[in-house]
Design a protein around this ligand. Structure first.
Ligand code: SF4
Length: 468
């Protein structure tokens, strides 16, 4: 055979993916895609061109399950070769009853199983020329090879999986199991590589960030010559030492923090500019009797006092939270207690939910369910209250100069003026408000952090102009 016969290298199989649910599920999707890229797969931008489609589902609320089933249905209709993973993987029977032909079903964070199922459904093309880690779109891949679904300038850092609590409305522990913390040096190495690759903002996520390392008895590892425990305060301290290529501390946001006593220790790091002055604490309610029935962790009476102390130490601290209204047995007094508590706490950002009985949750067996109309009425009252608090707190920022990270830069209008959208340190991507900018520099780029004078505010967003 002629030696110059061109080698025929088979085209790599293509995987389509849809990722539903919370940031934790997004991180799972990123990990799965990273592994598949390393195994020689290409990503397909649509279902039709894919050899197999992965649907990463969310199974938290019944509405999310329905959305997941719809996504599976769409992938089945458009492609027909579908693998289901994620939280709904625990409900294989429900999925199979509706879609008996799905190729495989795996659970949340079962990376090896899902990658194995993809290998079986669309075997990777093997050979010395194609077993290399493929070159990726530089915008879509970090330097360390992690394929990110989030934009390059921010990234989620997942520190643990599962949860040791048993909140009565929640089925996450059934879906994801008890707390399993990652090694602290592995988390910090991932954070360092993300920052080296251009990430300016790290979002620390888990089910319960304050409980990080409880399962490993806060195992100690060496990091940069220092003994570092798998503990939220040590992790926060070391994340605060990272520096971007420009020599700045990246923004580091702590999500899903429960107000255990050691949270007090990270507030000075925020005051010193080493951590972003932002705490996402899912309080869920304020009335003691409701919290008791919810079986919430770190449910203690002094939280208002502590919030006040935190703000004394770090006046720029933003507190975000979520609340559930219409929990079984919630009385008008309980709900009014929540509204009064919010008046005191003056939380900056609040998300509200109407209680939804999730199949399998202990709360479903509780007495005195709240009628739907009453839930809706309380929800509207909660949103009105929190919008008024948010509007007043944002109004107080008018006239100040704040650092803003740029998420999007627009095109020049007829007068040559360019607008941009970004976020202040008080705004986590996707869940909080935005900062709308006018007259930005022509060379402004996504991921830049610039100083902005705030000119106006409404209930959720700010408006400003870059400091010239
Ligand atoms: S802390 Fe409660 S709500 Fe959060 S994941 Fe654990 S059990 Fe669910």
């Amino acid at each position: 055979m002629a030696s110059n016969t061109p080698l025929s290298i088979p085209a790599p199989p293509k995987v389509g993916m849809v990722s539903l649910g919370c940031p934790k599920a997004l991180v799972d999707s990123e990990r799965i895609l990273t592994k598949l890229r390393a195994d020689g797969y290409d990503m397909s931008p649509d279902y039709a061109g894919a050899d197999v489609v992965l649907v990463n589902t969310c199974g938290f609320l019944d509405s999310a399950k329905e959305e997941s089933l719809e996504a599976i249905g769409e992938a089945m209709a458009e492609n027909g070769r579908v693998i289901v993973t994620g939280c709904m993987g625990k409900e294989a029977d429900t999925i199979r009853a509706r879609f008996p032909d799905v190729l495989a079903i795996t659970g949340a964070a079962q990376y090896e199983d899902v990658v194995g199922a993809v290998h079986e459904a669309a075997p990777p093309a093997r050979g010395e020329y194609i077993d290399l880690i493929p070159q990726a779109d530089p915008d879509a891949q970090t330097k360390h090879g992690g394929l990110k679904l989030t934009p390059r300038h921010y990234g989620y850092l997942k520190i643990s999986e599962g949860c040791n609590h048993r909140c009565s409305f929640c089925i996450i522990p059934q879906l994801r199991g008890d707390l399993v913390s990652r090694r602290v040096d592995a988390v910090l190495r991932e954070a360092e590589k993300l920052v080296e690759a251009g990430t300016k903002e790290l979002l620390v996520i888990s089910q319960d960030t304050s409980a990080y390392g409880v399962d490993t008895r806060h195992e100690t590892r060496m990091w940069k010559g220092r003994e570092t425990r798998a503990h939220m305060t040590d992790l926060a301290r070391e994340l605060g030492q990272l520096r971007t290529a420009e020599g700045r501390a990246p923004w580091v946001r702590l999500h899903y923090v429960y107000p255990y006593p050691h949270v007090d220790k990270v507030i000075p790091l925020m005051a010193d500019g080493l951590l972003t002055p932002y705490l996402d604490i899912p309080f869920q309610h304020a009335a003691p009797s409701v919290l008791k029935r919810m079986k919430r962790p770190a449910n203690e009476a002094k939280v208002l006092e502590r919030v006040k102390k935190w703000r004394d130490i770090c006046p720029d601290l933003t507190i975000r939270s979520t609340f559930v209204v219409g929990f079984p047995g919630e009385t008008e007094e309980d709900f009014q207690y929540l509204l009064d508590w919010l008046d005191e706490a003056q939380l900056d950002r609040v998300g509200g939910f109407r209680f939804e009985p999730v199949e399998g949750a202990a709360a479903n067996a509780l007495d005195n369910p709240v009628p739907e109309e009453l839930k809706e009425e309380r929800y509207q009252r909660l949103m009105e209250k929190t919008a008024a608090i948010s509007a007043a707190r944002l109004q107080a920022k008018v006239g100040r100069t704040l650092p803003v990270i740029i998420d999007e830069v627009g095109e020049a209008d007829e007068e040559g003026s360019i607008g941009a959208t970004g976020r202040s340190q008080a705004d986590a991507p996707g869940i909080d408000g935005e900062v709308f900018l006018r007259d930005v520099a022509a060379d402004l780029a996504v991921g830049d952090i610039i100083d902005v004078t705030i000119e106006d505010a409404d209930a959720h967003d700010l408006y400003g102009v870059p400091v010239s």
